[in-house]
Write a protein that binds this ligand. Structure first.
Ligand code: SF4
Ligand code: SF4
Length: 676
């Protein structure tokens, strides 16, 4: 096959397609699949009816441009004959039709003839066929899209196709007989399927172009057809064959009438009607002697028109033209010309090209529907938004790989809702992480500041303490002086403690790991703190192994600080402090919980800030929690605080949760990970 013949006649312009599924819905052959989010034509299934072109508001369907081929034909030395489809008066409406013919001569055609004469000849052949065999049911169609549909999807009906060529092919043979058998014949009409018919026509037709294409070609050649020289069609001239362009025209030209009483002759035109009529014909619900059918509602509604006029306006234009032609009709000449055509072979053959697919199993369809969220028949809305008439049809198309789940609107809406809620969740999570990061950043810069101050204060403080001790040794006998010096020593020691706390908070101290039983250590710390009788301390261990490799002194400090905080939170009221030791193989968890009033929401973000305290002056340094935070971080652990101040939401109180890596190796691994 030449490259030209293998080129698709209709295709989708990807950039223009907005996947509205209109073309999927309107395609009678189900020849449009959605792949990679685009409506693509499955070429072997396409019958070239052009419905997709008519319905696409985005003009995303394009027809193969064959203007280059027309150029080549018109430049050749052969005789060039244009044959014009009967529907042309519905397109060339703004000037006498003779100007259109003149413009074609201007392009370089040697003859311009009307296909309507071919229609007269074909109508006669149909009449003869019916007379010859009046027992058989025939499908009469001049529409190549209907022929393709039968060859691909209703193959059982092929024997019922009237074996008569279309008026286009008949006319091509006639002009070759009348003028030159070696001439090039170009069909100009409203039909895209004729392009396919021309391709498979055994060289009867060299090229088929649409009215739209020829108008563009006039513009390309600077021809305004409305002002071309008036020319008449070359003979042979037609009788009523022009009626073929209108729905029912074949019957009228052949002097056959649709008979509603006997149902012997039936007409079915248009995308839905022709498919339904053929289905009924196959099921023998409909068995007339003759079924005349077209894929469009008459060729005047073909997809190759440039002008988008309403159907009845087009019919009106046709009637006016045909009436005017009848005035000059010469029956004698016409009959002589008809006689001349008698030797022409008008026989047509049809080839099966079965494109039907085996329907998937019910189970597979059910599973696919289930994935679309259609768990029972009530969920099958059959809304048609996907381009398929029923949810089942859509499911079958998905199984066959020509449709996607996302085409189902309710399914997509459901997915969108889930995505939106996922996004909302992620957004909230991100917000929380951002808050945590901001907080950590703040603590880190505070830590730097604290470390700087602590280092600067530590040395002079050491000097003060040393000299205070020396002076105390030298003048300890003087009670007044000794009292003052002891005051200096005790306050300096207090300052030293604060400095050490700051160094802990800023993670500047060394961690000396040793294996420690945290349960025992907790008991020891709790015992070392004096607690009033009305406060109960419960220590529970939930994990059999309470040991961890930690810095014993530092973790003691954490425990003491947390227990002291819990006691302070109970503020001398009756209450309970529960310390739980829990964990797993790699992590040890210490939870210190009190049932005090809880931490108010507005101060929660500040509880790890050094020197922030809600206690009375002199009762707390505001370093308890910051020190815990620093020590736990030095152990590569985590601190979290949960607190509830609203008794309506459950027991009030605060729980501080410390997570510590259980072994030094784990800590090292975490350190390496952090460094990486
Ligand atoms: S009608 Fe078809 S080709 Fe046109 S935009 Fe819609 S899906 Fe795309
Ligand atoms: S031309 Fe007709 S058969 Fe082909 S894809 Fe378009 S609508 Fe379907």
């Amino acid at each position: 096959m030449s490259t030209y013949l293998s080129q698709p006649i209709i295709s989708t312009i990807k950039e223009k397609c907005k996947i509205c599924y209109t073309c999927v819905r309107e395609c009678p052959a189900r020849a449009i699949g959605i792949s990679e989010g685009q409506a693509q034509i499955i070429q072997e299934k396409c019958i070239h009816c052009g419905n997709c072109i008519k319905v696409c508001s985005r003009e995303a369907k394009t027809i193969l441009n064959e203007i280059d081929k027309l150029d080549t034909i018109l430049r050749s030395a052969k005789k060039k004959i244009a044959i014009i489809a009967p529907s042309f008066p519905a397109e060339f409406t703004y000037a006498p039709y003779t100007r259109f013919i003149g413009a074609l001569f201007e392009l370089g055609f040697d003859h311009v003839c009307e296909v309507a004469f071919g229609a007269d000849v074909v109508a006669g052949a149909y009449k003869e066929l019916l007379l010859k065999d009046d027992k058989k049911s025939w499908i009469a169609t001049t529409c190549p899209a209907v022929v393709s549909y039968i060859e691909k999807y209703q193959v059982e009906l092929i024997p019922h196709l009237a074996p008569i060529v279309s008026p286009m092919i008949a006319m091509a043979k006639i002009v070759k007989l009348f003028y030159d058998e070696h001439s090039s014949v170009v069909f100009i009409g409203p039909c895209i399927a004729k392009k396919h018919e021309a391709r498979i026509s055994n060289n009867d037709i060299d090229l088929s172009v649409t009215f739209k294409e020829i108008k563009e070609y006039f513009i390309k050649n600077n021809i305004d057809w409305r002002f071309s020289k008036d020319r008449e069609f070359d003979p042979p001239h037609s009788n009523t064959g022009g009626l073929f362009a209108i729905s029912g025209g074949l019957l009228q030209t052949a002097h056959l009438k649709e008979d509603l009483l006997t149902g012997d002759i039936v007409r079915a035109d248009g995308r839905i009607n022709f498919v339904q009529a053929l289905r009924s014909f196959k099921k023998e619900e409909l068995r007339p002697k003759l079924l005349e059918t077209l894929s469009c509602e008459g060729c005047i509604m073909g997809p190759g028109f440039a002008q988008k006029l309403p159907q009845y306006k087009k019919r009106n234009e046709m009637s006016r033209y045909l009436q005017s032609r009848m005035k000059t009709f010469d029956e004698l000449v016409w009959t002589q010309n008809i006689i001349k055509t008698q030797g022409i072979d008008l026989g047509a053959t049809f080839t099966e090209d079965n494109q039907r697919v085996v329907k998937p199993s019910e189970l597979l369809i059910k599973n696919t529907l289930f994935k679309l969220g259609k768990k029972n028949s009530d969920d099958e809305l059959n809304c048609g938004a996907c381009g398929y008439s029923t949810c089942k049809e859509h499911a079958v198309a998905i199984i066959l790989g020509v449709a996607e789940n996302e085409m189902c609107l309710p399914y997509t809406i459901e997915r969108l809702k889930t995505t939106i809620s996922d996004l909302e969740y992620s957004y909230d999570e991100l917000k929380k992480v951002k808050q945590i990061l901001n907080h950590r950043e703040k603590l880190a810069s505070m830590g730097q500041l604290a470390a700087g101050i602590a280092h600067e204060v530590n040395n002079p403080l050491g000097v003060v303490l040393m000299y205070a001790h020396i002076l105390l040794e030298q003048h300890g006998q003087d009670p007044d002086l000794a009292h003052d010096l002891e005051m200096i020593v005790s306050q300096s020691n207090r300052c030293k403690k604060i400095v050490s706390g700051l160094l802990n908070f800023s993670r500047q101290n060394k961690v000396l790991y040793e294996k420690v039983n945290i349960y025992d250590l907790t008991n020891h710390c709790a015992d070392s703190i004096g607690v009033n009788d009305h406060i109960k301390i419960k220590i529970i261990t939930l994990y059999c192994d309470s040991c961890a490799e930690v810095d014993k002194d530092q973790i003691s400090q954490v425990l003491i600080n947390l227990i002291n905080n819990a006691i302070d939170a109970l503020d001398d009221q009756k209450g309970e402090i529960t310390i739980t030791i829990d964990g797993n193989e790699s992590t040890l968890i210490i939870k210190v919980k009190d049932n005090g009033p809880g931490i108010p929401e507005k101060i929660k973000p500040r509880i790890f800030d050094p020197f922030f305290t809600t206690k009375q002056i002199g009762k707390g340094t505001g370093l308890g929690l910051p020190v815990c935070y620093g020590i736990v971080k030095m152990h590569r652990g985590n601190v979290t605080v949960h607190s509830n101040t609203n008794s309506a939401e459950g027991e009030t109180g605060t729980e501080v949760i410390i997570e510590l890596p259980r072994y030094e190796q784990v800590i090292k691994r975490r350190e390496e990970y952090v460094q990486d």
